[in-house]
Design a binder for this molecule. Structure first.
Ligand SMILES: [Zn+2]
Length: 95
């Protein structure tokens, strides 16, 4: 257990306190975890887009109908579904 300073009244309070006992300011103890999660989610968004773009490129460059076209469509689907899952999870956390 550590003591932290309340950003509202500048008095020392327990870091695990849910609210400041002096001024009643609610302390978000889970704030850091949420921040890390959203940061990880933000990283996943461009990754999922990248996978979808790679898939699209595979489809577009697959002029002779080889197996790469199928792989490309699969990658596009994975990328799009991943993108929507991340978008929903971000919305869920912030909504
Ligand atoms: Zn306070």
């Amino acid at each position: 257990m550590a003591l932290v300073k309340c950003p509202e009244c500048d008095k020392e309070i327990s870091s695990i306190a849910e609210a400041c006992p002096h001024c009643g300011r609610p302390m978000k103890t889970g704030h850091r975890t949420v921040e890390q999660t959203s940061k990880r989610l933000k990283l996943q968004k461009p990754l999922s887009v990248l996978i979808a773009i790679i898939g699209l490129l595979l489809v577009l460059t697959d002029l002779d109908g080889s197996q790469m076209g199928g792989v490309g469509i699969l990658l596009m689907f994975i990328g799009l579904i991943w993108f929507f899952v991340v978008a929903i999870m971000v919305w869920w956390k912030h909504g």
